[in-house]
Each structure stands twice: as structure tokens, then as C-alpha cells.
Design a protein around this ligand. Structure first.
Ligand code: GDP
Ligand code: IMO
Ligand code: MG
Length: 459
């Protein structure tokens, strides 16, 4: 029995916390896509752990796997493992030989392309980690895989093919001089070869590379329990999100099969838990029909599509919820919960259960709204339309709920679901009914113990 944790919205729904919550019963936690663009937070024992690449099960001492669907920056992986060691953890991370490597020039290109796009207000607002350029090279069959780092001849051949192309791209397309860049070595075959050959040796010596498909299959054959940790969220999925304001991988549940090398039957035999934030946040560009208030300069073309007059309320929620990017520190845009987005997400992922977080953040508001449906060209829509242009024209039909008081949330977590204030329960049950999925957990604070557990998927 596996459990797949999927972001139902735009990322930062509290996936890390739910992996930690249910992680006790898991032996292995595997990421299936994305890279160090993710920022997952686990709060436990007075400590706050920020995880970008190391699967969140590390806080409970579980084996972590970065599946073939991930893109791995080995420098940030080693740094993160070191930082976690300093905090007293001992992360055991295995990396798929089929995963692609983020090379230094991918980060440089991510930055250059965003700069060029920003001249016409077209930037995505990426995390700048080189994610898009690395997946581009994967699809272009010119990428470097983790397994290639273990074979110096293959590594050199791959670099000799790809690096001159990137140099030409920078110089002839973008008109920059590589020698003027902050890191000209990012485009130097010899320098890259030396660094990444050593990284390969290090990965090999530490026994960190695996065939993820075989590793996970063997673990399950040995009766070990596996959890899949999605990064990002459904609406920034490259296929099912609001293209082009997306990341370059598939955070949706189907990605868990492709990104680990396990059968879709394995994923479908288990539980797929949608992680929902009780309101909405977004870092980066793109529409947001229920937006309360944007962050200036961060929403090219779509500033304040919602009523946008609630800057004060947006600021209040941002501060209460600590809504600043885990990776980049950027202030997050804030909106009301968006049901057409969630209905789309539930259809794409097939949630068997929901974890709804952050209801404590909304406590104390007189009224809490949700976008129940959209109005587009005189028609009511219950789910997100497929083009971003149409989505950008949608107006949310808001539904209002009576607010709930701020209470002792730790006590509520101890006492269980019935102790949640009644108005908050009405809100939660509306969401669950609309999505036809059961509530498994309700987040009432960032800590492991600040969660009302209704159902443990492993029991
Ligand atoms: P992820 O990327 O989905 O893992 O989410 P992030 O870690 O980027 O962002 C979620 C933030 O909210 C983190 O700071 C969490 O510690 C915090 N958090 C998670 N669940 C809750 C909750 O129910 N209430 C509150 N107040 N904070 C929460
Ligand atoms: P977690 O796992 C929220 C967003 C970026 C940008 C777009 C593309 O913590 O939920 P990228 O660097 O991936 O090419 O950026 O995707 N983005 C995230 N937003 N949470 C994340 O991860 C994100 N990872 C990427 O802000 O809009
Ligand atoms: Mg995050």
C-alpha cells in the first residue's frame, strides 16, 4: 500500500508537513519530480526543517529516494544533507541513475531567459534553479543523467556535445559574452568535467545511486512501505497547469508512476491525498481569479484579477500564514480558495482523501469566502478552463461563510475533529462534498502535533 501526496493548487499547500505527519508508517519516501525549486517545511520538536531536495521523511529518519523524474543539483543536495546533519539528522538519500543533472549553465540560462521575457512582462517568475532548462535538455535528448556522472568517458562526451551549444545560445541568441558572466566556468567543458566527475565519484563512494524502479520494487517486495512526495502543485503542472506559468514537470498523481518507474497500478492501489491550503497563495506570474491582493511587479499582465481591493486582507493573511517563499523568500500572492481550480485538480489526480491545512490562519475573520464557480462569457463554469487566456478572463462567483474564532488549536488537535469550531467544519465539509473526497487531516498549525488526524491512510 502506497500513499501519494499531491499539491492540489499552486504549491506550498503544506505537503512537507503531511509527509511528516503520516511518514511514521513509511519506510521509504520518494520524490518523483521537480528539483530544488521545491521548499517543503517540517516543524517538529521546536525545530523548523526546510527541505528542497531531501525527501521530507528524513526528519523521521526514513530513507529518501529522488526518482528518475527529478532533476538533481548535486551541489545543493550535498549542501542540504550537510545542513540537516548540523541539525542532528542523518539523511539517507538515494538518487536515481536515470534522474537528470542540473548543471551550472542551466541556472544561468534560467536567469537569462527570465530577464529577456521580463522585457515584455512575460516572465514566469521561476525560482531560478535551472529547472526549466534542465527538463528542456532532457526532452531534447542532450541532458546529462546522474548515471553519466559515474562514467568519465560518457560524461565528457555529453558535455562536449551540449556545452558549445549553450555557449552559442548565450552569445548568438541572447547577445551576452560568456566571459562577462558571473560564472564563466559554467560554460567550460574542462571545468564542468572536473567538478562533475568528482561529484560522480562521491555519489558512488557513498552508495547513493540506484535504479529507482528496482529499488522501490524490491523495498515493497520486502514488505516495506513507500510514500511518494509530490513537489509543486497541480496548477503549475506542465500539462495540467496554467501554461506557460508552470514548472516543467508533472506534480500530478500520474507523475508518481512515470517519475519512479512503478506501475500506475501501484499508485492506484494506494491512496492519493490532495493537499489543500484553506486559501490560495501563488509565487510567480499568471492569473488568479480569487486574488485578494497581488505583490507589485510579480503579476505581469494579471495584476489583481480578483476584486483586488482587499490588499489589507491579503497582507493580513500573508503575515498570519507567514506566506513568504521557502526557497526564494518572495512574498506570496494571496486569494480566497478557488473551487473550480480544486475540481479540476480532483479530476486530474483522483484524490482518495484530502488534507486541508491552514484553517488557523483564517481564524478571527468575520467572513471567509470561496470562489464557488467562474463566470466566463456569460456562462457559469465549475472547473478551470484549459487555456490560460480564458482563465485570465474568468470572474469568480464568491460564496460566503461565517468566520470562526481563534481558539487553542493544539487543544483542538488533541481532541479531534469535533473540537474544530462549527463554522470551520461547515467550510471543510463544503470543500469535501464538492470534491467528493473524504477529509483525512486538518492542519491547525505548522507543527506535527498541530494537525487533526481523521484518518491515517496506512491503517
Ligand atoms: P509545501 O511546499 O507544500 O511543503 O509547503 P511550504 O512548506 O512551502 O509552505 C507551507 C507553510 O505553512 C510552512 O511554513 C508550514 O510550516 C506551514 N504550515 C503547514 N500547515 C500549516 C497549518 O495548518 N497551519 C499553519 N499556520 N501553517 C502551516
Ligand atoms: P513546493 O514544492 C510554489 C513556481 C515558481 C514559478 C513556476 C516555475 O514548495 O510547493 P520553476 O523554478 O519551477 O521553473 O518555476 O513554478 N514554483 C513553485 N511555487 N511552490 C513550489 O514548490 C514551486 N516550485 C516552483 O514560483 O511560478
Ligand atoms: Mg513550498
Amino acid at each position: 500500500m502506497t500513499v501519494t501526496i499531491v499539491g492540489s493548487q499552486l504549491g506550498d499547500e503544506g505537503k512537507g508537513g503531511v509527509v511528516d505527519l503520516y511518514g511514521d508508517a513509511a519506510d521509504v519516501v520518494a520524490r518523483y519530480q521537480g528539483g530544488d525549486n521545491a521548499g517543503h517545511t517540517v516543524v517538529h520538536g521546536g525545530e523548523k526543517y526546510k527541505l528542497s531536495l531531501v525527501p521530507s521523511g528524513a526528519v523521521r529518519g526514513k530513507v529518501g529516494v529522488l526518482g528518475n523524474g527529478c532533476v538533481v543539483n548535486p551541489r545543493t543536495l550535498f549542501d542540504e544533507i550537510e545542513t540537516l546533519r548540523e541539525k542532528g539528522l542523518d539523511p539517507d538519500v538515494r538518487v536515481a541513475e536515470r534522474a537528470h543533472v542540473i548543471l551550472p549553465f542551466h541556472r544561468v540560462l534560467d536567469g537569462i531567459e527570465e530577464d529577456v521575457k521580463s522585457e515584455d512582462d512575460q516572465e514566469v517568475g521561476t525560482t531560478g534553479r535551472g529547472i526549466g532548462p534542465t527538463y528542456e535538455d532532457k526532452a531534447g535528448r542532450r541532458g546529462v543523467r546522474v548515471g553519466d556522472l559515474l562514467d568519465p568517458d560518457v560524461l565528457r562526451a555529453r558535455l562536449e556535445y551540449v556545452v558549445p551549444q549553450k555557449r552559442t545560445l548565450v552569445e548568438d541568441v541572447y547577445g551576452a559574452d560568456v566571459s562577462d558572466l558571473e560564472n564563466p566556468d559554467a560554460f567550460d567543458v574542462d571545468a564542468l568535467f572536473e567538478e562533475f566527475r568528482e561529484i560522480g565519484q562521491r555519489l558512488d563512494e557513498q552508495d547513493m545511486t540506484v535504479n529507482a524502479s528496482a529499488f522501490l520494487t524490491d523495498a515493497m517486495a520486502d514488505d516495506e512501505t513507500v510514500m511518494f512526495e509530490g513537489a509543486q502543485g497541480t496548477v503549475i503542472d506542465i500539462d495540467h497547469g496554467n501554461y506557460p506559468y508552470v514548472t516543467s514537470s508533472n506534480p500530478t498523481a500520474g507523475g508518481a508512476a512515470v517519475g519512479t518507474g512503478l506501475s500506475p497500478n501501484v499508485i492506484a492501489d494506494g491512496e492519493i491525498i490532495g493537499i489543500v491550503k484553506a486559501y490560495l497563495t501563488r509565487v510567480g506570474s499568471g492569473p488568479l481569479p480569487t486574488e485578494l491582493g497581488g505583490v507589485e511587479g510579480d503579476t505581469p499582465g494579471y495584476d489583481e484579477q480578483g476584486d483586488g481591493e482587499n490588499e489589507e486582507l491579503a497582507t493580513y493573511i500573508r503575515e498570519e500564514g507567514g506566506e513568504y517563499g521557502t526557497v526564494t523568500g518572495r512574498p506570496r500572492r494571496v486569494g480566497w480558495l478557488d473551487m473550480p481550480m480544486l475540481r479540476h485538480s480532483a479530476r486530474v489526480n483522483g484524490f482518495t482523501g484530502l488534507a486541508i491545512n491552514h484553517i488557523d490562519v483564517l481564524a478571527g475573520l468575520e467572513e471567509v469566502k470561496v470562489g464557488h464557480s467562474y463566470e466566463l462569457d456569460g456562462e457559469e463554469l465549475l472547473a478551470m478552463p484549459p487555456t490560460t487566456e480564458e482563465w485570465g478572463d474568468c470572474e469568480a462567483n464568491l460564496k460566503s461563510f461565517e468566520g470562526w474564532d481563534d481558539v487553542d488549536w493544539s487543544a483542538v488537535a488533541d481532541e479531534g475533529y469535533e473540537a474544530i469550531p462549527e463554522n470551520a467544519r461547515s467550510y471543510l465539509e463544503y470543500v469535501a462534498d464538492e470534491l467528493e473526497a473524504d477529509i483525512y487531516a486538518v492542519g491547525v498549525g505548522p507543527g506535527r502535533e498541530e494537525t487533526v488526524v481523521v484518518e491515517n491512510p496506512y491503517e
